[in-house]
Design a protein around this ligand. Structure first.
Ligand SMILES: C[S@@+](CC[C@H](N)C(=O)[O-])C[C@H]1O[C@@H](n2cnc3c(N)ncnc32)[C@H](O)[C@@H]1O
Length: 226
């Protein structure tokens, strides 16, 4: 950000991606590079996690749970998403992948979600920016995993202006359908900055988690939760 420039305020977008057309456009989009990159990073960061239960918050159409379950045959995954349309698409994809025995999907808001037994790891991609109160997300993470569990959370980084957000959409999503480009733009405007995420972690005593900014539009938080 240039000297003297003022950071754009966060502009919330609707929380749940419930519109069936919107969910279908998202499920059909090509997130191979981003989603496989996320799973690869999880595997590289936590090579000793080869079995157990991983919970995915805001799992959408279950592309990441499927990639993770394939990569870790000793793990089971529970995905939670508040959108019935996303869960329907996710269940179809899980069945088609032959992974219904190891992947369970639940249609619930993460703020109200609980597990009968705490999980061994938590992951989340691109959910946090949907929430009006980000602290509820970090609280849910803490509540859902055993102490000492691994966490990997990725989301978009808010650009400094609407023009910068539009430039990112034009650069990375020029060929995507209009509905997806609209959602991407709105998501960038609703996203958090690195400093805001750091403040959220500090507020919930999660400062041991580390923030990385791997490219011009993402932040990633990883480490163990105690
Ligand atoms: C941008 S999508 C990301 C989906 C998936 N994690 C991925 O990377 O492909 C965000 C998802 O979060 C879901 N979501 C939004 N608010 C939620 C909440 N409070 N609880 C659970 N899911 C929520 C939306 O319905 C949507 O499916």
């Amino acid at each position: 950000m240039g000297e003297g420039s003022i950071m754009m305020e966060r502009l919330l977008e609707p929380e749940v991606m419930d519109d069936p057309e919107q969910a279908l456009a998202y499920a059909r989009a090509d997130f191979e590079e981003e989603n496989q990159g996320f799973v690869d990073r999880f595997m590289d960061s936590y090579p000793d996690l080869t079995e157990g239960h991983v919970v995915d918050l805001g799992c959408g159409p279950a592309d990441i749970p499927i990639r993770l379950a394939r990569a870790l045959p000793g793990c089971r995954v529970t995905g939670v998403d508040a959108s019935a349309s996303m869960i329907r698409l996710g269940e179809e994809a899980v069945r088609a992948a032959g992974l219904a025995e190891r992947i369970t999907l639940m249609c619930q808001r993460v703020q109200a979600f609980s597990l009968p037994e705490a999980a061994d790891a938590a992951i989340s991609n691109s959910l946090l920016h949907h929430l009006s109160n980000p602290l509820q997300f970090w609280y849910a993470i803490k509540k859902l995993v055993k102490p000492g569990s691994y966490v990997l959370v990725m989301d978009l980084l808010r650009p400094e202006s609407p023009e910068a957000a539009q430039a990112i959409v034009d650069q990375y999503a020029a060929k995507e359908p209009a509905i997806l480009r609209r959602d991407f733009y709105n998501s960038l405007l609703a996203a958090f900055t690195e400093d805001e995420v750091a403040a959220q972690l500090a507020e919930l005593n999660l400062s041991r988690l580390l923030i990385d900014v791997p490219d011009d539009r993402h932040w990633i938080v990883g480490g163990r939760v105690y």
